[in-house]
Design a protein around this ligand. Structure first.
Ligand SMILES: [Zn+2]
Length: 477
């Protein structure tokens, strides 16, 4: 009841605003809205939530009404919008409709709804290794996207959650924009018990708030806004939400790459960089290698001399591998895992190391691969086996990436802020699409800190302008 009253009051405030600001036809529409509010038909809540099932496409209609309210003095009724579309089937109508300050105002009114959507998503835990849980989230998202008019398709996988693809068709013939993200998180089921989803200090806290359920929430609301503004999607948009990004994207990689190749550009809704909310225009490439050393086991007391220690050999190799790091080039090697031996009184017959490799430039990949593969044993009685390779190519700041960033900064400027850029060491699926030469802009998601940590949180105040940026960018690309 309280929620309904608040929603009604909010709606009435907007209506007052419209009545004061707009022409006669707007007033007429708003009068109808007042009646709707009294009947509980309008502004009754956030249409993308559970209510959505019973109200059908009214979420989009309601969004459109809000959008029109935001467009003070240039109100378009449904029928006017249709007439405009009929006149211009080439898609230019949508471009004409662009006006970042109206979009900003629209999202300022909807900040609470965006927050509520993200909260719902966070409360559906979705660790990469729990197919059932990720599938549950996938189904809920499929419902939300299809209620916005998207065509849903699941790419079934046996081990991970099914990857979710949603296509929004449009009349214009531009290639689609791919909105890329992931549903999985690094947090096991039950994390919410110790790390509850809550609002405090201007932030939404909880597992996956930043990485990257806020990004998914922004996708939903941007698409809703674009449909509200244009009556349909102003250009074709493909959404891909994979379920295995946090564990290397092995099962989704080919889908991401296929869809990217068909797209004009890729917008990745991974978290922004830092509390200033910079987007990511470069990411290091990531490789993973395994070095296995085989020695000869022996009793450390009786037969010490017969033993050939794999652990000793591995230790020497690790020191050698550390020398391959070239920090100036952004090339780093980290031995992050070592295993070996069986007992303290046995000379170890086996030892292995897992090596994380990061590169800034693709051309460094073959050089480091060659160096690792040409490691030779210090102790000739030990054998080395090296396996692995580059998982994700670097996302380099190509002309295509810079062009996208340029468009984004222009929009941000129109929205009244300066959008920074950052080059980061961590990889994402944006690396895969950028590696194919498709213009990619990453870090368009939530602004916050503590990804993968127990202080993971997003800044609530940033949500409206991030949503506005995304909506405008989808059209502008
Ligand atoms: Zn992520």
């Amino acid at each position: 009841m309280v929620t309904f009253l608040m929603a009604t009051m909010r709606c009435l405030r907007e209506i007052n605003y419209s009545v004061n600001q707009q022409k006669r036809e707007t007033v007429r529409q708003d009068a109808q809205d007042v009646i709707n509010v009294q009947r509980g038909l309008a502004c009754g809540g956030w249409g993308l939530g559970d209510r959505m099932g019973s109200v059908g496409h009214s979420a989009v209609r309601e969004a459109r009404r809000l959008y029109c309210t935001a467009r003070a003095g240039t109100f378009l009724t449904d029928s006017m919008t249709k007439r405009k579309q009929n006149k211009d089937k080439t898609g230019t109508a949508s471009v004409k409709n662009r006006n970042p300050s109206i979009t900003a105002r629209y999202f300022e009114q909807r900040g609470g709804e965006i927050l509520e959507t993200i909260r719902q998503l966070v409360e559906m835990e979705s660790p990469s290794d729990n197919k059932e849980a990720v599938d549950r989230l996938g189904e809920a998202l499929a419902k939300k996207f299809s209620e916005l008019g998207g065509k849903v398709h699941f790419h079934r996988t046996a081990k991970f959650g099914d990857h979710l693809q949603v296509d929004f068709a449009a009349r214009d013939d531009r290639k689609p924009v791919l909105l890329l993200g992931h549903m999985d998180t690094v947090y096991p089921i039950g994390t919410l018990a110790t790390m509850p989803c809550r609002v405090a200090d201007g932030r939404l806290w909880g597992p996956g708030t930043l990485d990257m359920k806020s990004g998914i929430g922004l996708m939903l609301h941007s698409i809703e806004a674009l449909r509200a503004r244009n009556g349909e999607s102003p250009r074709s948009v493909t959404v891909l939400l994979v379920s295995d990004e946090e564990v290397g994207s092995d099962s989704s990689r080919h889908i991401t790459e296929e869809l990217a190749k068909k797209s004009e550009a890729v917008l990745v809704l991974e978290p922004a960089y830092g509390l200033q909310g910079a987007v990511k225009t470069a990411r290091k490439g990531v490789g993973e290698y395994s070095l296995k050393v085989s020695g000869i086991a022996a009793h450390s007391g009786l037969d010490f001399k017969k033993g050939q220690s794999a652990i000793l050999e591995l230790a020497l190799q690790i020191a050698k591998i550390a020398e391959f790091t070239d920090a100036k080039r952004g090339l780093t090697l980290n031995v992050g895992l070592v295993q070996g031996g069986t007992r303290v009184n046995v000379v170890a017959a086996e030892a292995t190391a897992a090596i994380d490799v990061r590169i800034v430039r693709m051309k460094d990949a073959s050089g480091i691969d060659r160096k690792l593969r040409s490691l030779r044993p210090f102790n000739r009685k030990c054998k080395l086996e090296i396996s692995g390779g580059l998982n994700r190519p670097p996302m380099e700041r190509t002309a295509g990436v810079a062009g996208l960033y340029g468009k984004a900064t222009q929009i941000a400027k129109q929205l009244g802020w300066r959008l920074g850029e950052a080059a980061v060491g961590g990889g994402s699926d944006g690396n895969l699409t950028a590696g194919l030469g498709i213009p990619t802009l990453d870090g368009l998601g939530g602004v916050g800190e503590g990804a993968h940590a127990n202080h993971e949180s997003i800044l609530i105040s940033e949500l409206p302008r991030r949503a506005a940026l995304l909506a405008e960018l989808i059209e502008a690309v």
